[in-house]
Design a protein. Structure first.
Length: 70
């Protein structure tokens, strides 16, 4: 089996790997509340998708859990 005659330089190696980088996930803005969310999914903040209420809105954890202890 053939072997490399010369060592691959770090520049050539890195140029070959230039397409191996990760791309950031696409994000969109909720039309109801303006929060940043994943595209084609229900907004976690208000529970809307395409202008319709699909899920009940989440309450903040600070109001519901800790108010009973105080």
């Amino acid at each position: 089996m053939p072997t490399p005659k010369f060592r691959t330089s770090s520049s050539k190696r890195n140029m070959r790997r230039s397409h191996h980088h990760l791309t950031p996930a696409g994000m969109s803005v909720c039309t109801n509340c303006g929060q940043v969310k994943k595209p084609h999914s229900v907004c976690e903040a208000c529970g809307h998708h395409k202008g319709k209420a699909v899920l009940p809105a989440k309450q903040s954890a600070s109001n519901s859990e800790f108010s009973a202890e105080s």
